[in-house]
Design a protein around this ligand. Structure first.
Ligand SMILES: Nc1ncnc2c1ncn2[C@@H]1O[C@H](COP(=O)(O)OP(=O)(O)O)[C@@H](O)[C@H]1O
Ligand SMILES: [Mg+2]
Length: 333
């Protein structure tokens, strides 16, 4: 259109100049006027385009903000002290009432215990971990936290914010926001000082990650932390979890990219929490498929067909459970 209008002005203008009814100066002026107008109209068009995009995006954002959460917290306050986990005949099915992911799943983890959860891919390990802070809701049965001293209580009874401060799950996909390292860590503890952040990074064996960052804690990370390696991302997420000082820590394959020695250091640090001044024992549920991780746990739970099929130490399970030996690739004899 723009090119055509200029061609038209030039052609018709040249014709008029030939006839002597228009001089060359007037022809150039007409071209300039046409150009200026076209640019202005294009500008208005661009703004209208941006406006239309923003309107459809805003509609989606409002829809999300206006959504009523399906999971509503109770009113009970959580008592201070170490907490354990108890599942009683828990059933969870896929959204829309489909197949059962967990079916009649029962087990108990005492406060301060470090337990590994193993199972084939798709056996429901991540779903089980998501039940603890009520990111997922059980269809039937009871997910309870507490201890023999404090008493056990259904997670539904507790105030949601408090529950999620005391029960922290590090998800399988280590998620970081496109913000600074410090801001990413402070998601778990908004009022933590720089010294707290550095201490948490040290506990998560991530002090060397910090050393390599050009601007230290103030280094901006790319979207989803793409500027870091998988292991570095995982350790930052672990540091964030440790900063939260939760009583129950779920690690959903959260140490998969760490080497055995680093993993050992981190778990040793977590075990040491109860000896720190004012510290309390942390209960850990580690989802893992790595033998090195499983060997560090006090006990192993084997998830199969939606329920805990076997439990015990690694030694006990490898001699008593065929399914466990197959899963871990252990051959006897
Ligand atoms: N949001 C969902 N919608 C439908 N199916 C799901 C959903 N989440 C998990 N599942 C199904 O539940 C099963 C268990 O998933 P998951 O807990 O992620 O297993 P794991 O962590 O042991 O690999 C899988 O078969 C998966 O397909
Ligand atoms: Mg999983």
């Amino acid at each position: 259109m723009i090119a055509a209008s200029q061609v038209w002005i030039l052609a018709f203008g040249a014709h008029l100049v030939g006839q002597g009814t228009l001089n060359v100066g007037e022809l150039v002026a007409s071209l300039l006027i046409a150009n200026t107008l076209v640019f202005r109209i294009e500008g208005v068009g661009r703004v209208m385009q941006i406006f239309a995009d923003a309107r459809s995006s805003a509609a989606r954002i409002w829809e999300l903000l206006d959504a009523e959460p399906g999971i509503v917290g109770g009113s009970a306050a959580l008592a201070d002290g170490a907490l354990g986990v108890r599942f009683g005949h828990v059933r969870v099915s896929t959204p829309g009432g489909g197949n059962a992911i967990l079916e009649d799943c029962s087990f108990c983890i005492q406060p301060g215990e470090i337990v590994a959860l193993v199972g084939t891919t798709g056996s429901g390990k991540s779903s089980l971990a998501a039940l603890l802070p009520r990111l997922l809701e059980a269809d039937a049965g009871e997910v309870a936290i507490g201890s023999d001293v404090l008493g056990w209580r259904n997670v539904r009874d507790f105030e949601l914010g408090q529950l999620r401060r005391r029960v922290h799950v590090v998800t399988q996909e280590s998620f970081l926001f496109s913000d600074t390292v410090a801001a990413n860590l402070r998601v778990a503890a908004p009022h933590a000082g720089d010294a707290d952040l550095i201490a948490a990074l040290e506990l998560a064996a991530a002090a060397d990650v910090l050393e390599r960052l050009p601007q230290g804690l103030e280094t901006p990370l790319g979207d989803r932390g793409i500027t870091l390696s998988g292991g570095q991302r995982q350790r930052l997420c672990l540091a964030r979890a440790l900063l939260a000082k939760a009583s129950i820590l779920g690690l959903d394959d959260a140490t998969s990219a760490l080497d055995a020695a680093t993993e050992r250091t981190v778990l040793h640090n977590i075990r040491g929490f109860k000896h720190a001044p004012g510290g309390r024992a942390v209960t850990v549920l580690m989802v893992s498929s790595k033998l090195s991780t499983i060997l560090m746990a006090d006990r192993v739970l084997l998830l199969a067909d939606g329920r805990i099929a076997a439990q015990g130490t690694h030694q006990e399970l490898s001699s008593s459970s065929v399914a466990y030996r197959e899963l871990m690739g252990i051959t006897h004899g």
